[in-house]
Design a protein around this ligand. Structure first.
Ligand code: AHM
Ligand code: MG
Length: 333
């Protein structure tokens, strides 16, 4: 059984950036995710972790205590490894600059975009939640200050993306542009072991995931697709599965074959999910797993971001299902 570190070293020729910096980056991601895993596992035992922090975040949403904890843990962990120069987090209004040690400042070249704890409405009810991360190279020259352009890069510039699901076990799934691989945490050793090699969407399409409670707020194309999923024809009806936790819904669909949809709605005319922290990393993983990701009209990874907390519709999953939904959207326009 390979550990995550061993797997990266074994595949070092397939990664176009320094293996050492990738290992240090993963070292901070693993450290923070183990700290969150530990807290998530005792949610319910202590009031320090569950419930609202009483603070409203930049999105105007109620921040949970665990949201804040996860944000702090990831920032501190990235700071400690001298590999990241800037972080943008869903929980923080502006980007955060990390000053590297002057003598080896050239090592701090990674820009990280992160949703430290996604699906926070599920924390208090023991349902899977996750962390989503996305990594780019800085664009500005090393000795200059970071600018917003370092963060507003198109998703097709990602060099690494992934998520950690805190579910029945804690699993880290990532892609560095050479397939999608999953590592399960063995909590007794505190080590992530390779458990899912080269994950691809299965050929058999089975599941559709959308918050159908919003049916009357959807466009006609989305409504038509839902009726198509429910029709008895070919290998349909598909089964409906929706947790309301992007990482949980995406992970299940990736393993079992399903489409995830968060479209524009009357309440969220731009879509609800954040392009930089949620849509781009999931789109990168979808494509790496042989699938597709779209906002309904264009490839997610080709969208030009204009602001840090920009929202976008997200449709991702097996190619055939995503293309079918795109057809319905165009037909109904
Ligand atoms: P969050 O970042 O505030 O946790 O919100 C994102 C979550 C996703 O995990 C999930 O897919 C979606 O919001 C669920 O939204 P809804 O409850 O509207 O279906
Ligand atoms: Mg989120």
């Amino acid at each position: 059984m390979y550990t995550l570190g061993e797997f990266i070293i074994k595949n070092r020729d397939r990664f176009s950036y320094s293996t050492e910096s990738l290992l240090r980056l993963f070292s901070s991601i693993k450290l923070a995710s183990k700290a969150i895993h530990k807290e998530v596992n005792k949610a319910g035992l202590t009031e320090e972790i569950i419930g609202s922090s009483g603070i409203t975040n930049v999105q105007g949403e109620n921040q949970q205590k665990l949201d804040q904890f996860a944000h702090r843990v990831f920032i501190e962990s990235f700071k400690s490894r001298n590999v990241v120069c800037g972080i943008a987090s869903e929980e923080s209004k502006d980007f955060i600059v990390i000053k590297g040690k002057q003598e080896d400042i050239s090592q701090n070249q990674y820009i990280v975009l992160i949703d430290p704890l996604d699906g926070s409405s599920n924390i208090d009810v023991n349902v899977s939640i996750g962390t989503i991360f996305s990594v780019y190279m800085r664009k500005s020259p090393i000795k200059m200050n970071l600018t917003i352009e370092d963060f507003l890069q198109k998703g097709n510039q990602q060099i690494l993306a992934g998520y950690i699901i805190y579910g029945s076990s804690t699993i880290l799934v990532y892609s560095a542009g050479n397939g999608v691989h999953g590592f399960t945490l063995d909590p007794s050793f505190g080590t992530f072991y390779l458990s899912h090699y080269n994950i691809c969407f299965p050929k058999m399409e089975k599941i559709y995931s959308i918050n159908e409670g919003n049916y009357y707020k959807f466009s006609n194309g989305i409504k038509k697709f839902i009726r198509y999923c429910q029709e008895k024809k070919d290998n349909r009806p598909y089964t409906a599965r929706y947790i309301g936790s992007l990482v949980g819904d995406f992970h299940r669909n990736l393993i079992q074959g399903g489409i995830y949809i968060y479209p524009k709605t009357a309440s969220y005319p731009e879509g609800k999910l954040r392009l930089l922290y949620e849509c781009n990393p999931m789109a990168f993983l979808s494509e790496q797993a042989g699938g597709k990701a779209s906002d309904g009209n264009q490839r997610i990874l080709d969208i030009e971001p204009t602001k840090l907390h920009q929202r976008s519709p997200l449709i991702c999953g097996p190619k055939g299902m995503v293309s079918k939904l795109e057809e319905f959207i165009v037909d109904c326009e």
